[in-house]
Design a protein around this ligand. Structure first.
Ligand code: CA
Length: 225
């Protein structure tokens, strides 16, 4: 999904674009209103983040133009503190939501998800990995077995997600160590055995079928049968 950021403040652009890239979005950037207009109208973006105070064309005018020509593109306006009139005008001009600067990326991301869901149905629905009755919600990083919530530590979760994404593949201790732990962190591979045991206690001990198997001499595998 490609998102457009129309914003002239490099710091804001850098925070938003880094966050969105990490979340798996493609990000296009327009540093002023004129470039923003040209990019917004000549492409189909999944969502546009629009600053109000912009060189060229201001965000309020630009929002109106975008919404006239691309009514199905959601727009979030960014505004500086204390300019409530701007916010009202932005919403009058068709903006779907707004955020007041300074804001936390998490807050912006939550608004983006909500809007994308509203506009495109299941396009950004939560990603679930299911193996037998084990359910891993990769978006929320939550785990259930037999519909019971299981609390994992961050490391246990990373280990489980890595094994689940490589379902039915035998993973060597080195594969696991390099993917789940920082490679520069100098640990022996027995840390893998220790954590696989922690994970077994939480996701397998009280449930059937057992999902984590030992491949003797090779490593571990997560699979149904
Ligand atoms: Ca600005």
């Amino acid at each position: 999904m490609n998102l457009l950021i129309v914003e002239d403040e490099p710091n804001v652009v850098s925070v938003i674009s880094r966050g969105l890239t990490e979340e798996g979005f493609e990000v296009s950037i327009a540093p002023d209103g004129l470039i923003g207009k040209q990019m917004a109208l000549s492409n189909d973006f999944s969502l546009i983040i629009l600053d109000i105070m912009l060189p060229g064309i201001n965000g309020l005018e630009l929002c109106k133009i975008i919404k006239e020509q691309k009514p199905n593109t959601p727009v979030i306006m960014l505004t500086a503190l204390g300019t409530t009139e701007n916010v009202v005008t932005g919403l009058d001009n068709g903006a779907d939501d707004y955020l007041i600067k300074p804001f936390k990326f998490a807050e912006l991301f939550a608004r983006i998800r909500t809007l994308l869901r509203r506009y495109s149905g299941a396009a950004v629905s939560d990603q679930i990995i299911q193996i037998a009755d084990l359910k891993i919600n990769v978006s929320a990083k939550t785990v259930q077995r037999n519909n019971t919530d299981i609390t994992l530590t961050a490391t246990e979760y990373r280990l489980l997600e890595f094994m689940a994404k490589n379902k039915s593949k035998i993973l060597s201790r080195i594969d696991i160590l390099e993917s789940v732990w920082d490679i520069d962190f100098n640990l022996g591979t027995n840390v893998v055995d220790v954590y696989v045991n922690y994970l077994r206690k939480k996701i397998d001990k009280n449930y059937e079928p057992k999902l984590i198997r030992t491949a003797v001499g090779l490593g571990y595998v997560l699979k149904e049968q």
